[in-house]
Write a protein that binds this ligand. Structure first.
Ligand code: S3P
Length: 692
């Protein structure tokens, strides 16, 4: 049997970061998930003045807290990326801080409902102002003194429950909640361990939670984050379906009963799973091993009250149901429509396309199991769990399935495709090394592979090319190269070197090369590193802001930049944004976009990006004037002048919403690169998109 460990629990990782930040003293966290979701939480905490070291797999993380109300006002918008947990829990944390902040997220997160958190937090005294659509991100929050809260949650939701409890803690007030079901209780356990007085009492089918007192100072944490049961569910399913030989042993998996609702359902389906509970719970959370063998599964009925305990496992359960004998009926799962994607819609559409008989209900799915071979493309809709569920189905003998956005898995399970390769590889064959963190410098290719497509998006300042390119990359499963971040990383290096800025123009390219600025491929992005340190908040510091355009004009920077951009291009499957990528850096790019928008619209977007009001006191006019001046400089400067390539496709985003802009570009890209945009990239280091 293959022995596997899975990455740390995502929910516990977020909470550990938040509570360590709010505690007094130094917390120690081992086994934290290094996926993109907790990285979003960590980087927001840094922006709020907490020194959070980079999240490194298998290393102990030490964080010195700033106290329950010690967060500092941020200098820019707080980007929660794809993470609903970050957004909602952070709103609760910020509610009790006397400061103003603006939270935003990626396209998927900006569609997800926030009122379930902001309504009760408003009743406690926090103020919210949506900057785009009502009840959606981006949202400005003004926190401060809070009142106690008595509240009935509209849905069983750990994120909502946790946000309100955290507001109780940061506001120093009591909170009484009634939840119509039993969602995960990690926050309650961790708050109790940190010194809060908290009770949870079942009342019929409801959960009554009371935070009666929060101490003025939370105790620091010392915890081991167990493996994420929700991640373990994927290799577990692979093994049940016979895709992992004799089966798998999953070690050190969190077995909190509010998380393992999938197990009794699988037992009804005839699954052969043994659970070996560890002798002592780690960090207050029970953990143990799961021994999973191939099984002849039969269909079952999943009842509404079972949903909160397996909320994140519905995608993989649907895949298991597609391979079980008979019918599986899942109801009471309407909450899945507002997850990272509309998961019921995504499951129904993809399973149907592959040839499975599915009925989509308003609140669930009816799935007829089949043992026919399943083939076709899967649209993961940027959703990590949809990508992984179909990744498992595609790994089974006889199926040929391509998942369009393999890199989506990095949100919760970095290394998922490598795990799949290893678990489903006959013993003795070499496994594929982890591709998620590789230096772009010399590193010899693990295996011969052709360069993937390079897509470039050039355009003037404020056209939104960087956020657009990031989203286009995410949707394609390609990597995003943000050239602006390279200039900023070099500026950081120069500032830290102590050489006075007036000496910089004399620097040569080899002087610049002496600075240890590196780009490290990480998931769907490149991380900027200075030596061994990841640069994140520093890239946007006021000092860097003040010097970056001077650095961009240095003659030596041209060659330095060109080199690094081309190195990134050699990794392939790239969406880059800049000013001369299509003309100078990648003249042979597979698709070139020139993104424009009229200057007033660009000014408005710039202001929003900086978290400022776009229509206050002539701000747009002033910003537009700045942009016009910038356009003139950009078009004429020696280094990376702004130019439209003759073969670039111009997209005018003035009257397009962000989504329409991204969709238009994706349309052009797909028309140019065809199937290669569907199959994703080589981010998976040769993990197969189809299997025989
Ligand atoms: C989570 C709670 C769940 C879950 C999500 C993580 C958490 O969401 O789906 O992946 O960490 O609190 P809801 O609170 O919306 O049910």
């Amino acid at each position: 049997m293959t022995e596997l460990k899975v990455p740390g629990d995502k929910s516990i990782s977020h909470r550990a970061l938040l509570l360590a930040a709010l505690a007094d003293g130094e917390s120690r966290i081992r086994g934290i998930l290094t996926g993109e979701d907790p990285r979003a939480t960590a980087s927001i905490l840094r922006e709020l003045g907490v020194r959070v070291p980079p999240l490194v797999a298998d290393a102990e993380l030490r964080i010195t807290g700033v106290g329950v109300r010690g967060l500092r006002a941020p200098g820019r918008m707080l980007d929660c990326a794809n993470s609903g947990t970050t957004a909602r829990l952070m709103l609760g944390v910020l509610a009790g801080q006397a400061l103003e902040a603006t939270l935003t997220g990626d396209e998927s997160l900006r569609r997800r409902p926030m009122r379930r958190v902001t309504d009760p937090l408003s009743r406690m005294g926090a103020r919210f102002e949506p900057l785009a659509a009502p009840g959606r991100l981006p949202l400005r929050i003004t926190g401060g003194a809070l009142r106690t809260l008595d509240h009935r949650l509209p849905v069983a939701s750990a994120q909502v429950k946790s946000a309100l409890l955290l507001a109780g803690v940061t506001g120093g007030v009591s909170v009484r909640l009634i939840e119509p079901g039993f969602s995960r209780d990690h926050t309650e356990r961790m708050l109790a361990a940190a010194g809060c007085v908290l009770t949870a009492t079942p009342e019929g089918g409801a959960n009554r939670v009371r935070l009666t007192a929060a101490p003025a100072a939370l105790d620091a944490l010392d915890i081991v984050v167990p493996g994420d049961f929700s991640s373990a569910a994927f290799p577990l399913a692979l093994a049940l379906l016979g895709g992992a030989g004799e089966g798998v042993v999953l070690r050190g998996i969190g077995l909190n009963p509010t998380r393992t609702g999938l197990l009794p359902v699988l037992e009804r389906m005839n699954a052969r799973i043994e659970v070996e509970t560890g002798s002592a719970p780690e960090g207050g959370e029970p953990a143990g091993d799961l021994i999973v063998q191939p099984s002849d599964l039969t269909g079952t009925e999943v009842q509404p009250e079972e949903i909160p305990g397996l909320i994140d496992e519905v995608p993989i359960l649907a895949v298991l149901a597609a391979r079980a004998r008979g019918t599986t009926r899942i109801t009471g799962a309407e909450e899945l429509r507002v997850k990272e994607s509309d998961r019921l819609g995504a499951l129904a559409a993809n399973l149907t396309n592959l040839g499975v008989e599915v009925e989509e209900l308003p609140d669930g799915l009816v799935i007829e199991g089949t043992n026919r071979s399943l083939a076709g493309p899967v649209e993961a809709r940027g959703d990590h769990r949809i990508a992984m569920a179909f990744g498992v189905l595609g790994a089974l003998a006889g199926n040929a399935i391509t998942v369009d956005a393999p890199a989506a898995v990095d949100v919760s399970y970095p290394g998922f495709w490598e795990m799949l390769e290893r678990a489903s590889t006959p013993a003795g064959r070499p496994s594929v090394p982890d591709s998620s963190e590789k230096d772009v410098e010399p590193a010899r290719p693990v295996r011969e592979r052709k360069r993937g497509p390079v897509i470039v998006i050039d355009g003037p300042a404020g056209s939104g090319k960087s956020t657009t390119a990031r989203e286009v990359a995410r949707r394609l499963g390609f990597r995003h190269l943000d050239s602006g971040a390279l200039y900023r990383a070099l500026t950081c290096a120069l500032l830290e070197s102590g050489q006075p800025p007036d000496s910089w123009p004399a620097l040569t390219e080899s002087d610049l090369n002496a600075h240890p600025v590196r780009m490290v491929a990480a998931g769907t992005a490149f991380r900027m590193m200075l030596g061994t340190r990841t640069l994140s908040a520093e890239l946007r510091s006021p000092e860097v802001d003040a010097h970056v355009s001077a650095v961009a004009r240095l003659p030596a920077v041209r060659g330095w930049l060109l080199d690094r951009q081309r190195q990134a291009g050699r990794k392939g499957s790239l969406v880059g944004d800049g000013r001369d990528l299509g003309t100078v850096v990648f003249p042979d790019a597979e698709a070139k976009i020139f993104l424009v928008a009229d200057v007033a619209e660009r000014a408005r977007r710039r202001l929003l990006e900086k978290g400022r009001e776009p229509d206050s006191g002539g701000a747009v006019t002033a910003e537009a004037a700045r942009l016009r001046a910038r356009d003139r400089i950009d078009a004429t400067r020696g280094t990376a002048p702004l130019r439209k390539a003759a073969d670039a496709f111009e997209v005018d985003g003035t009257r397009l919403s962000f989504e329409e802009q991204v969709d238009t570009i994706l349309g052009v890209v797909r028309a140019r690169i065809g199937d290669r945009g569907r199959q994703g990239s080589d981010l998976r280091a040769n993990a197969p998109t189809t299997r025989e």
